[in-house]
Design a binder for this molecule. Structure first.
Ligand code: T4K
Length: 371
């Protein structure tokens, strides 16, 4: 019998800088008497982040969701947008809140991303954009998706909420498509408390984003468009500056934890996980497994419950499928792979302060349950 964890072990835990460092940096806010609306720390953080992500252009936002909403708004997307149902509801909500219809495309079992070969049959005269998600930070087939976009003259907006710091063959993941959105929520590999950013190719979008995130206000006399309030505060930027100093170290720790998970789980029949392709510089932000109940002793839902007895709080990211929620019950879709995965996926705890001992114990518990 294995003892339960003394304290709850959650699927994730935010990375926090040293308390003293945060107290020290926010002193600047008191000195400046400037707490929001494009302050000096915001400007400094935006520059550092642009450098880290090696992006041509970057704009900060108060959270990832509003960043995505504004990305869609900025490109004048109309009609239908092809996306995945295997995502956080934010993706489809950002489409719907812009008066557009999400069209749900099936995904691939190999990487849980939109199936590029299933997109074309969903394109019609109403389609104006594709909004794929790099699920768990694993890159979509960016080449095929761009080929389709070019063929049908569609915009491509990537939901890269999970993909901070990821590179494909040395190129930043934010360099693909027209715009990419990153989330800096507390539960993400890199956090600014709440926060988000857009990276994009077209330099002209910078002014538009700055207007859209600040009520469309151009100057004291002019409001040039309808906008939102989606500005990042100085407190968020302070957290960003400090967490950026730690990010490489955090990702290194997450990689070591992932490797320990992989080496243990590969020996358990019915527990499936996907290795990271060699050309991908990954961020190791999530530890998803598929529980194949035909080979494992119990189902995903039973394992999820058993974990709780051990004080382990895993998450079923992403169950239910967005297309199965009441909010989207009016949209018909046929996504068998997404349904299969959504019923079997389980994200195990992983965060930079997690110890190897904790990972080993989670694995030992799975092994124990599997007998
Ligand atoms: N697109 C995609 C694909 C996304 O995944 C998301 C967000 C977005 C867009 C939108 O980006 P943001 O607007 O959020 O920047 C969480 C997050 O709230 C959400 O940001 C995230 N995706 C989603 C995948 O996960 P929940 O409902 O699972 O969060 P919650 O509060 O249950 O947190 C999960 C666990 O994390 C808790 O059990 C404990 C731990 N936790 C959480 C927080 C907030 C902590 O230890 N400390 C904390 O401060 O949605």
């Amino acid at each position: 019998m294995i003892k339960k964890f003394e304290n709850p072990l959650f699927v994730t835990q935010p990375s926090l800088p040293k308390y003293e460092l945060y107290v020290k940096i926010i002193k600047r806010i008191w000195d400046n008497k400037w707490i929001s609306n494009n302050g000096p720390i915001h400007t400094e953080f935006e520059k550092s982040l642009k450098n880290y992500l090696q992006s041509n252009n970057i704009t900060l936002f108060t959270n990832g969701h509003l960043a995505l909403d504004i990305a869609i708004r900025s490109l004048n997307v109309k009609g239908e947008v092809i996306t995945t149902p295997f995502t956080f509801v934010s993706t489809a909500h950002a489409i719907s809140m812009n008066g557009l219809t999400p069209v749900f495309c099936d995904i691939k079992t190999i990487d849980y991303n939109i199936d590029e070969d299933s997109i074309e049959s969903l394109i019609n005269e109403k389609t104006t954009a594709i909004l794929p998600v790099h699920v768990y930070g694993r890159p979509c087939n960016i080449i095929k998706i761009q080929e389709l976009a070019d063929k049908y003259n569609l915009k491509v907006i990537y939901d890269a909420a999970h993909a901070f710091g990821v590179q494909i063959d040395g190129t930043s993941i934010g360099d693909f498509g027209d715009i990419s959105m990153f989330s800096f929520h507390a539960t993400k590999v890199f956090n600014t408390i709440e926060g988000g950013a857009l990276t994009y190719k077209d330099d002209l979008l910078k002014d538009k984003f700055n207007l859209l995130k600040n009520f469309g206000i151009k100057n004291e006399d002019e409001v040039s468009m309808v906008g939102l309030n989606a500005k990042m505060s100085e407190f968020q930027a302070c957290m960003g500056i400090l967490n950026l100093d730690n990010i490489n170290n955090d990702i290194k720790k997450l990689k070591t934890l992932t490797e320990l998970y992989f080496s243990n789980l590969s020996k358990i029949p019915g527990i499936i996980f996907n290795e990271i392709p060699n050309n991908i510089k990954y961020n190791y932000a999530y530890m998803p497994i598929i529980v194949d109940e035909t080979k494992f002793s119990i189902t995903r839902d039973e394992l999820f419950k058993r974990f709780k007895e051990y004080n382990i709080f895993t998450r079923k990211y992403f169950y239910p499928l967005v297309s199965d929620t009441l909010a989207y019950s009016h949209i018909k879709s046929n996504t068998p792979n997404a349904t299969y995965l959504s019923n079997r996926i389980l994200c195990l705890p992983i965060f930079s302060d997690m110890t190897l001992k904790q990972v080993q114990k989670v694995c030992d518990i799975i092994k124990f349950i599997s007998k």
